[in-house]
Design a protein around this ligand. Structure first.
Ligand code: PEP
Ligand code: MG
Length: 580
């Protein structure tokens, strides 16, 4: 049994066999071979070693031709390792004695090496880990050939263990089969974390090298509350966690039943709205089930998920229309494409050095006007069928906002000319997620119907901390006074101009900050559907007067920790079940 601590990013308990997804997307499940097939399986392994060696020989030759001297110790080291008799014996013993498939035997032996090396403090050994992983991958590639198992072919429930998950992988997931996520990298607002919360799947990220330590047959417990992952737990531990998971589900269900149709109103009658964020059209059902008053953020990046092909207007339109119809009277805020950075790119163009500071979201939309116009047309057309609004991401200046609005006006004109109906009064808003936008909120507010604060990015850009980098996760502080001042300014400007200010960043769905945001005057909280009941519960347990007092006090604090301790203590006092 091994316990690892990471960052708990989606609550709940998941227990299942591990599905290890390495960077080449191979899955190595525990497979046994029949006694009568052992000979053939050994031959298959020998063949894979020969092929892998041949590949390396070719690389070495190419290298020699290009550089004319034998500067290939790394490749030679790999060849030597592949030929190593001790290594081969260990693998083949697993095949002969345990009847493991050669793939599984390879992964088992290599993982053991990696584990031993990573326990050493000597860089001479730890530097070898990369080599060992490379050799393992090459050998597996040759062994698996066409037998690769894809994430989409899951036949049993699993805990997904990976270095990280790309947006494409997460979108393709069969959520009914995934009991939990455990990844090497990531922070609270990394893509995997957001998706996990959105799907209501327990997740722990920032576990460093879990994807190397775990094999396909290991049983894994993911404790998303406490950020703990346990590999190969004993029976007692499994029982304990299964019971915890059960009581969490009961608690959740009770909360949902109790609060679904209740307003988010404080004890002294101050009402706010709780909306849902969704990433995929089918999540609308989840949002409605959890009692969302509307959709505060429909991320549209999933539409660009098909490589080499852009979605056509019809595809956009069908989806937006469906969501608009399903939501009825409820508002749906459709955010225009936020591609780039850690999300998908429109064309697989040159890699950027600093993608988060690069051609992302609205910037990319301006560089690819046709792609943007197609989306705008579809959103406008769908506005005929429900209560939809448009939101532009990553606005950082007045010029950008005017330009986006001008393009929208042009598309509206085209539709009018074509006699295609749309809602002439469609509401237009922007995400406030760049500090420059927060600082000129007083100017921007005059040009829009609403703001939605994107704290995931606002925090990273304000504090210069990559939101997905677990190494600096402790510096990613939502309660940093600089962040709170910007949030306050944006909310105050909205109030001054009688315009709605929402928040759709993850901070809005984190119970630690609910009372503070309420006190600061936030009117619309938008979050992953599953956390709606608990946030509603908190709102219904305080008075607005108290919340105001608390936020006033917090705004005088000098550092993030002070605020965090204060909020933790206060929330736990009024709602002991929220103490952590
Ligand atoms: C945000 O930045 O807070 C946000 C909601 O947008 P995303 O997480 O999609 O960047
Ligand atoms: Mg953002």
């Amino acid at each position: 049994m091994e316990i690892k601590k990471g960052i708990g990013v989606s609550p709940g308990i998941g227990i299942a066999r591990a599905f290890v997804l390495d960077s080449e997307k191979y899955r190595i499940p525990l497979r046994y071979v029949n006694e009568k097939d052992i000979k053939n399986e050994i031959e298959r392994f020998e063949e894979a070693v020969r092929n892998a060696t041949k590949e390396l020989e070719n690389i070495r030759k190419r290298f020699l031709r290009r550089f004319r001297d034998d500067a290939t110790p790394i490749v030679e080291g790999h060849i030597k390792m592949l030929q190593d008799e001790h290594l081969k014996t260990q693998i083949l013993e697993f095949v002969k004695n345990n009847k493991y498939s050669p793939e599984y035997a390879v992964s088992r032996v290599f993982r053991r090496y990696v584990k031993t090396l990573s326990g050493s403090n000597d860089p001479l050994f730890t530097n070898r880990i990369q080599d060992i992983n490379d050799i393992e991958r090459r050998l597996l590639k040759n062994l698996l050939e066409e037998r690769r198992e894809e994430l989409t072919d899951l036949t049993e429930q699993v805990v997904l263990v990976a270095h990280d998950l790309t947006p494409t992988q997460t979108i393709a997931l069969d959520r009914h089969k995934i009991k939990g996520f455990a990844t090497d990298v990531g922070g609270r607002t990394s893509h995997t974390a957001i998706i996990a919360r959105m799907l209501g799947i327990p997740a722990v990220v920032g576990l460093n090298n879990i994807s190397f330590d775990v094999s396909g047959s290991d049983t894994i417990i993911v404790d998303g509350h406490n950020g703990i992952v346990i590999t190969n737990p004993d029976e007692e531990t499994v029982k304990k966690y299964a019971a915890m998971g059960e009581s969490f589900s009961i608690f959740e269900k009770k909360l949902v039943d109790e609060l679904k149709n209740q307003p988010a109103v404080t004890k002294d009658g101050y009402e706010v709205s709780i909306y849902a964020n969704i990433e995929l059209p089918q999540e609308i059902q989840l949002a409605l089930k959890y009692g969302a008053k509307g959709i505060g953020l429909l991320r549209t990046e999933f539409l660009y998920n098909t490589p080499q092909r852009l979605p056509i207007e019809r595809e956009h339109f069908d989806i937006y229309k469906k969501i608009a119809v399903q939501s009825g009277e409820k508002e749906v805020v459709i955010r225009t494409l936020d591609l780039g950075a850690d999300k998908m790119e429109v064309n697989n163009g040159s890699k950027e050095k600093n993608p988060f500071l690069g051609c992302r979201a609205i910037r990319l939309a301006f560089q690819q006007p046709q792609v943007f116009r197609t989306q705008l047309r579809a959103i406008l057309r769908a506005s005929e069928y429900g209560n939809t609004s448009i939101m532009f991401p990553m606005i950082s200046s007045m010029d950008e906002l005017i330009k986006a609005k001008d393009m929208l006006a042009e598309v509206k004109n085209e539709l009018r000319a074509d006699k295609i109906p749309f809602n002439e009064n469609i509401r237009v808003g922007i995400m406030i997620e760049v500090p420059s936008a927060a600082l000129i909120a007083d100017l921007l507010i005059t040009q829009v119907d609403f703001f939605s604060i994107g704290t995931n990015d606002l925090i990273q850009y304000t504090l210069a901390v990559d939101r997905g980098n677990e190494r600096v996760a402790s510096l990613y502080q939502p309660t940093h006074p600089a962040v709170l001042r910007l949030i306050k300014k944006v909310i105050d400007e909205g109030a001054k101009h009688h315009k709605t200010v929402a928040m759709c960043g993850e901070m809005s769905g984190d119970w630690l900050y609910t009372i503070l945001l309420l006190g600061l005057g936030l009117k619309v909280f938008s979050m992953a559907p599953i956390v709606i009941p608990e946030i509603k519960k908190i709102i219904r347990s305080v008075t607005y007067a108290e919340a105001k007092k608390i936020s006033n006090e917090v705004m005088s604090f000098q550092n993030a920790q002070e605020t965090l301790d204060y909020l933790k203590k206060y929330t736990a006092q009024i709602l002991p079940q929220f103490s952590s």
